[in-house]
Ligand binder design. Sequence first.
Ligand SMILES: Nc1ncnc2c1ncn2[C@@H]1O[C@H](COP(=O)(O)OP(=O)(O)OP(=O)(O)O)[C@@H](O)[C@H]1O
Ligand SMILES: [Mg+2]
Length: 161
Amino acid sequence: MHPITLHLHEEAGTLALGASLAHALMPGLTIYLHGDLGAGKTALTRAMLHTLGHQGHVKSPTYTLAEPYTVQLAGRDVSVVHFDLYRMASPEEFLDAGFRDHFNQQAICIVEWPEKAETILPPPDISVTLSVAGEGRDVELLALSDQGAACLNRLKFAPNL
Ligand SMILES: Nc1ncnc2c1ncn2[C@@H]1O[C@H](COP(=O)(O)OP(=O)(O)OP(=O)(O)O)[C@@H](O)[C@H]1O
Ligand SMILES: [Mg+2]
Protein backbone atom coordinates (compact mmCIF):
# COMPACT_ATOMS: atom_id res chain seq x y z
CA MET A 1 0.00 0.00 0.00
CA HIS A 2 1.27 3.45 -0.87
CA PRO A 3 1.63 6.11 1.79
CA ILE A 4 -0.31 9.36 1.65
CA THR A 5 2.04 12.31 2.05
CA LEU A 6 0.93 15.82 2.92
CA HIS A 7 2.39 19.12 4.00
CA LEU A 8 0.60 20.98 6.78
CA HIS A 9 1.59 24.66 6.67
CA GLU A 10 0.38 25.52 10.15
CA GLU A 11 -1.31 24.05 13.19
CA ALA A 12 -4.74 24.55 11.60
CA GLY A 13 -3.72 22.00 8.97
CA THR A 14 -2.89 19.43 11.64
CA LEU A 15 -6.22 20.06 13.32
CA ALA A 16 -8.05 19.71 10.00
CA LEU A 17 -6.28 16.43 9.30
CA GLY A 18 -7.25 15.17 12.76
CA ALA A 19 -10.87 16.12 12.10
CA SER A 20 -10.84 14.32 8.75
CA LEU A 21 -9.25 11.23 10.27
CA ALA A 22 -11.89 11.21 13.01
CA HIS A 23 -14.61 10.88 10.38
CA ALA A 24 -12.84 7.88 8.85
CA LEU A 25 -12.18 5.95 12.09
CA MET A 26 -13.79 2.70 13.06
CA PRO A 27 -13.58 0.54 16.17
CA GLY A 28 -10.67 -1.86 16.23
CA LEU A 29 -8.07 0.46 14.76
CA THR A 30 -4.61 0.87 16.23
CA ILE A 31 -2.80 3.99 15.07
CA TYR A 32 0.88 4.60 15.75
CA LEU A 33 2.00 8.23 15.78
CA HIS A 34 5.69 8.65 15.01
CA GLY A 35 7.62 11.89 15.18
CA ASP A 36 10.00 13.87 17.35
CA LEU A 37 9.08 15.91 20.41
CA GLY A 38 6.78 18.70 19.29
CA ALA A 39 6.03 17.17 15.90
CA GLY A 40 2.28 17.42 16.49
CA LYS A 41 1.23 13.94 17.65
CA THR A 42 -0.83 15.22 20.57
CA ALA A 43 -2.26 18.08 18.50
CA LEU A 44 -3.48 15.53 15.94
CA THR A 45 -4.95 13.27 18.64
CA ARG A 46 -6.67 16.20 20.32
CA ALA A 47 -8.33 17.18 17.05
CA MET A 48 -9.54 13.62 16.52
CA LEU A 49 -11.04 13.41 20.03
CA HIS A 50 -12.71 16.79 19.82
CA THR A 51 -14.19 15.96 16.44
CA LEU A 52 -15.50 12.69 17.89
CA GLY A 53 -17.36 14.80 20.43
CA HIS A 54 -15.09 14.79 23.47
CA GLN A 55 -15.60 18.20 25.04
CA GLY A 56 -12.99 18.29 27.78
CA HIS A 57 -9.26 18.69 27.74
CA VAL A 58 -6.94 16.30 25.96
CA LYS A 59 -3.53 16.38 27.48
CA SER A 60 -0.81 13.91 26.84
CA PRO A 61 -0.77 11.12 29.43
CA THR A 62 2.89 11.71 30.07
CA TYR A 63 3.08 9.95 33.45
CA THR A 64 0.01 7.69 33.38
CA LEU A 65 1.01 6.49 29.87
CA ALA A 66 -2.63 5.96 28.84
CA GLU A 67 -5.80 8.04 28.95
CA PRO A 68 -9.14 6.47 28.00
CA TYR A 69 -12.03 8.42 26.49
CA THR A 70 -15.51 7.32 25.53
CA VAL A 71 -16.95 8.82 22.34
CA GLN A 72 -19.91 8.15 20.11
CA LEU A 73 -19.24 6.52 16.78
CA ALA A 74 -22.19 5.61 14.56
CA GLY A 75 -24.50 5.89 17.56
CA ARG A 76 -22.45 3.61 19.80
CA ASP A 77 -20.10 4.17 22.70
CA VAL A 78 -16.56 3.48 21.60
CA SER A 79 -13.51 3.76 23.76
CA VAL A 80 -10.54 5.66 22.40
CA VAL A 81 -7.33 5.17 24.34
CA HIS A 82 -4.55 7.71 23.91
CA PHE A 83 -1.11 6.42 24.83
CA ASP A 84 2.09 8.38 25.30
CA LEU A 85 4.82 5.83 25.94
CA TYR A 86 7.74 8.26 25.98
CA ARG A 87 8.38 7.68 29.67
CA MET A 88 7.61 4.00 29.77
CA ALA A 89 10.44 2.43 31.72
CA SER A 90 9.99 -1.24 30.88
CA PRO A 91 7.69 -3.61 28.98
CA GLU A 92 6.47 -4.91 32.34
CA GLU A 93 5.04 -1.50 33.12
CA PHE A 94 2.83 -1.77 30.02
CA LEU A 95 1.86 -5.39 30.63
CA ASP A 96 1.26 -5.04 34.38
CA ALA A 97 -1.05 -2.08 33.79
CA GLY A 98 -3.19 -4.32 31.56
CA PHE A 99 -2.73 -2.02 28.57
CA ARG A 100 -2.82 -4.88 26.10
CA ASP A 101 -6.51 -5.35 26.90
CA HIS A 102 -7.29 -2.01 25.26
CA PHE A 103 -6.19 -3.37 21.89
CA ASN A 104 -9.38 -5.08 20.80
CA GLN A 105 -12.01 -4.78 18.07
CA GLN A 106 -14.24 -2.51 20.19
CA ALA A 107 -11.67 0.18 20.90
CA ILE A 108 -9.48 2.62 19.01
CA CYS A 109 -5.91 2.96 20.25
CA ILE A 110 -3.75 5.94 19.36
CA VAL A 111 -0.13 5.55 20.40
CA GLU A 112 2.52 8.26 20.69
CA TRP A 113 6.08 6.95 20.96
CA PRO A 114 5.28 3.35 19.95
CA GLU A 115 9.00 2.77 19.43
CA LYS A 116 9.38 2.74 23.23
CA ALA A 117 7.32 -0.45 23.46
CA GLU A 118 8.16 -2.09 20.17
CA THR A 119 8.54 -5.61 21.48
CA ILE A 120 5.16 -5.85 23.22
CA LEU A 121 2.85 -3.44 21.42
CA PRO A 122 0.20 -4.92 19.11
CA PRO A 123 0.90 -4.00 15.48
CA PRO A 124 -0.66 -0.90 13.94
CA ASP A 125 -3.35 -0.67 11.28
CA ILE A 126 -2.13 2.82 10.38
CA SER A 127 1.23 4.46 10.92
CA VAL A 128 1.37 8.26 10.90
CA THR A 129 4.74 10.00 10.78
CA LEU A 130 4.95 13.73 11.48
CA SER A 131 8.10 15.74 10.94
CA VAL A 132 9.00 19.40 11.19
CA ALA A 133 9.36 20.94 7.73
CA GLY A 134 10.09 24.64 7.68
CA GLU A 135 7.40 26.41 9.65
CA GLY A 136 5.00 23.53 9.14
CA ARG A 137 4.91 19.75 9.25
CA ASP A 138 5.23 16.94 6.75
CA VAL A 139 3.00 13.97 7.41
CA GLU A 140 2.94 10.48 6.00
CA LEU A 141 0.01 8.14 6.55
CA LEU A 142 0.53 4.47 5.83
CA ALA A 143 -2.03 1.68 6.03
CA LEU A 144 -0.59 -1.57 7.35
CA SER A 145 -3.71 -3.75 7.38
CA ASP A 146 -6.94 -4.09 5.40
CA GLN A 147 -8.77 -2.28 8.20
CA GLY A 148 -6.23 0.55 8.07
CA ALA A 149 -6.52 0.76 4.30
CA ALA A 150 -10.32 0.94 4.56
CA CYS A 151 -9.93 3.86 6.97
CA LEU A 152 -7.46 5.77 4.79
CA ASN A 153 -9.64 5.13 1.72
CA ARG A 154 -12.45 6.91 3.54
CA LEU A 155 -10.22 9.86 4.37
CA LYS A 156 -11.36 13.05 2.71
CA PHE A 157 -8.79 15.72 3.30
CA ALA A 158 -8.02 18.84 1.36
CA PRO A 159 -4.53 19.81 2.47
CA ASN A 160 -3.45 23.32 3.25
CA LEU A 161 -6.86 24.65 4.14
N1 LIG B 1 1.25 21.88 10.89
C1 LIG B 1 1.84 22.56 11.86
N2 LIG B 1 2.61 23.63 11.59
C2 LIG B 1 3.22 24.32 12.58
N3 LIG B 1 3.11 24.02 13.89
C3 LIG B 1 2.35 22.97 14.22
C4 LIG B 1 1.68 22.19 13.24
N4 LIG B 1 1.02 21.20 13.87
C5 LIG B 1 1.26 21.35 15.17
N5 LIG B 1 2.05 22.40 15.41
C6 LIG B 1 2.60 22.87 16.70
O1 LIG B 1 3.57 21.93 17.09
C7 LIG B 1 3.45 21.65 18.46
C8 LIG B 1 3.08 20.21 18.58
O2 LIG B 1 3.06 19.86 19.89
P1 LIG B 1 2.50 18.43 20.31
O3 LIG B 1 2.41 18.44 21.79
O4 LIG B 1 1.31 18.06 19.55
O5 LIG B 1 3.73 17.50 19.85
P2 LIG B 1 3.99 15.98 20.13
O6 LIG B 1 4.41 15.37 18.85
O7 LIG B 1 2.81 15.37 20.82
O8 LIG B 1 5.23 16.01 21.09
P3 LIG B 1 5.65 15.03 22.30
O9 LIG B 1 6.49 13.94 21.68
O10 LIG B 1 6.45 15.91 23.19
O11 LIG B 1 4.42 14.48 22.95
C9 LIG B 1 2.38 22.57 19.01
O12 LIG B 1 3.01 23.71 19.54
C10 LIG B 1 1.56 22.93 17.79
O13 LIG B 1 1.04 24.23 17.85
MG1 LIG C 1 2.58 14.41 22.59
